[in-house]
Design a protein around this ligand. Structure first.
Ligand code: EPZ
Length: 420
């Protein structure tokens, strides 16, 4: 595992573009399998999770080629149906291959998905839906074998909104015999992006962005091109990086409709912002106030993925900020690492009380998950002295050039390779 050295007490200033969205790209890549032909994805982030998904598609027999940030997938020849255990254990999104492979091949052999340890993260909603649609599910050692002759149309209600289960259901339904109606669906923007992609390939889907989605089934897909939208979480992390340094950061191509909740919280802390076309201009020179209470929630609520970076900023704000996590049971692990830097954080059940302002001090800390790792960088930018973030590979699962971007804005981050 490598590490990064984060120089502290910097003030970030300048303009940078926002990368393509990880959580939009991954299900869309899984969706490309449904089409017996070419899919061209522009603005695809070059991050390790995307490379892992690319490898899984290759293992099934897909051809893949990169041209800059354009990923060209040729899924005309899919011959395998088994996902290599090591690969699928590395990321949560491998679960999406259940829906797309059932739709395309009527069979998939796959292990339980891995991904960031932020809670139990079962896949019971996914499996229940596939069983309702007529798939047989068999346990084979540590693997699951899902198979069907054909998936049938159903009206299915999820016990609670799940981003992954909604996406998986949509993927599986594209080739179902009759229409599939999914209820109590997640409304996260990534669901809309997946549906927009599938529609541009020829699928007939309605209702995405609402709790009830209808997929017509029996689709005939054709070659298509799609541009992966900007990453709302990467954009939010950069806004919070500007906030912690009291800087002025502008984000070109920020996803305007997807940042509302973050920007409300940013204003509460004293941040000011405006839009110039597609560019978000933030001014954090007056950032000072605690954020009161922030509760993570399903979209359009405050995104759980920005909770850890927000916690890092709260350490530098006056008074007590309360953060309630309602999506995952174990997403406060970064608090322990922030405390090593001098943060005063008390955790009671699903609530974190962050007392500030404290003068954070750089020291050696360890990334334990993607967003928690990013939060340590955010904290390090404001800390006195140098912060050494170990296990930075977690950060690189989702952020394409976070360190370079921070450095372009005036930060001082150096990456030390694991080999050196
Ligand atoms: C997606 O995870 C994202 N991952 C996560 O991003 C994000 O934090 C999460 O949605 C919530 O927005 C990707 O898009 C690849 P869920 P997902 O199913 O689909 C429970 C990041 O940092 N649940 O909406 O796994 C589950 O345990 C990440 O980029 C079940 O109980 O999230 C959780 O408590 C990490 N059974 C809740 O639902 C199931 O079968 C919501 O999870 C499925 C989910």
């Amino acid at each position: 595992m490598g590490k990064i050295l984060v120089g502290g007490e910097v003030c970030l200033k300048g303009e940078i573009p926002v990368q393509g969205s990880k959580n939009a790209a991954l299900p869309i890549m899984a969706g490309a399998i449904l089409h017996r032909g070419y899919t061209v994805l522009h603005n695809c982030p070059r991050i390790s999770d995307v490379y892992n998904m690319e490898q899984m598609l290759k293992d099934f027999g897909a051809g893949t080629r990169w041209e800059g940030h354009t990923l060209i997938l040729d899924c005309s020849q899919i011959c395998g149906t088994a996902v290599e255990e090591g690969l699928c254990g590395r990321m949560r999104s491998s679960v999406m291959l259940m829906g797309s492979m059932l739709g395309r091949c009527g069979r998939v052999q796959i292990g339980y998905p891995g991904g960031c340890v932020i809670g139990k993260r079962p896949i019971d909603y996914h499996l229940k839906l596939f069983a309702d649609m007529g798939a047989a599910i068999e346990r084979k050692g540590r693997q699951l074998v899902l198979s069907c002759k054909e998936l049938k149309g159903v009206r299915h209600r999820f016990p609670r909104p799940s981003v992954g289960a909604t996406e998986n259901g949509i993927l599986a339904a594209v080739y179902a015999r009759e229409p599939v109606i999914l209820e109590n669906c997640a409304r996260e923007p990534e669901i809309r992006h997946l549906c927009a992609f599938l529609r541009c390939m020829g699928a007939d889907i309605e209702g995405d962005g609402t709790g009830s989605i209808c997929i017509a089934g029996n689709s005939r897909l054709h070659d298509g091109e799609y541009t992966i939208p900007a990453d709302r979480i990467a954009a939010g992390t950069l806004v919070l990086s500007g906030a912690v340094t009291r800087g002025q950061v502008s984000l070109v191509g920020a996803p305007r409709e997807e940042l509302d909740e973050l920007l409300k919280v940013y204003e509460k802390m004293g941040g000011q912002f405006s839009w110039n076309g597609g560019t978000l201009l933030t001014d954090s020179r007056r950032v000072r106030n605690n954020v009161g209470e922030v509760t993570t929630a399903v979209h359009p609520g405050f995104p759980t993925d920005l909770q850890s970076p927000l916690m890092a900023v709260c350490c530098t704000l006056e008074g007590v900020s309360r953060i309630r996590e309602t999506i995952f049971e174990d997403r406060f692990r970064v608090a322990g690492q922030l405390s090593r830097m001098g943060a005063r954080i008390r955790i009671m059940d699903n609530e974190a009380m962050v007392e500030g302002p404290v003068r954070l001090t750089g020291c050696a800390v360890r990334a334990q998950d993607l967003r928690g790792g990013a939060a340590l960088v955010v904290a390090g930018l404001a800390a006195r002295g140098q912060t050494v973030v170990e296990c930075q590979e977690y950060i690189e699962r989702g952020y394409e050039s976070f360190y370079e971007e921070i450095n372009l804005l005036g930060g001082r981050i150096v990456k030390i390779d694991s080999k050196t």
